[in-house]
Write a protein that binds this ligand. Sequence first.
Ligand code: ADP
Ligand code: ADP
Length: 225
Amino acid sequence: DVSLRLTGITKSYNAGTAAAVDVLRGVDVSLTKGEVVALVAPSGAGKSTLLHIAGLLDTPDAGTVEIGGTDVTGAPDRRRTLVRRDEVGFVYQFHHLLPEFSAQENIVLPQLAAGVARRDADARAKELLGIVGIAARADHRPAALSGGEQQRVAFCRALANRPSVLLADEPTGNLDPATSDTVFDALMTLVRETGLSALIATHNMELAAKMDRQLRLDQGVLSPA
Ligand code: ADP
Ligand code: ADP
């Protein structure tokens, strides 16, 4: 039961020019359902490129992307947009929450956009905020929340529409070390309780060690870290 499978992914920028870079040179990775994998990579190694390809925000030069058992590599844009909305959750270093809306509303809005009824969306948001331990902050706007709380809300929003895969790019990279640890634990609790598969990029080897598997991206290929 594979949630995400990348096979033979290659990607170059500025091909055929003096500035050509072969960022990915044949990346293979499979995430089984519920598996949490650390993506460890030095800056510039191509981690963001890989996550964007996995999340259908970018296309590879060659190779295939399967999400939930379906090959979506060559799917039309309209279909890719739907798969991205329904099957993939994204988390970045910065929360990108909507400043004019409360934590609760930030988690409800993507559900309404996906056709979920208001009452169900509210219940889902409350449940998720409870799992990450900030139910009491539901009615606050992002500016009234600490950095750690903002990231927790962003995690909940990413999971609001019950994706099958979470892709995270340094999800606690903006936080001080102590906050980073507790917020990362909240993310792991969320991922475990929802049975999600996750590919989580981090520089922090202690956090990487908490995941099921560690992969290193180096010279355009993935290998066990
Ligand atoms: P990371 O996230 O690991 O820091 P990126 O995937 O952002 O790495 O970038 C990998 C390499 O590809 C870097 O050398 C970067 O400069 C280059 N790169 C990324 N995006 C582009 C682009 N749109 N055009 C040209 N080069 C790019
Ligand atoms: P952390 O370092 O854990 O991210 P902070 O020290 O920034 O947290 O905040 C500690 C507490 O104060 C948190 O519960 C946070 O929600 C609250 N808080 C921080 N900034 C504000 C603010 N501008 N308005 C209301 N509450 C705030």
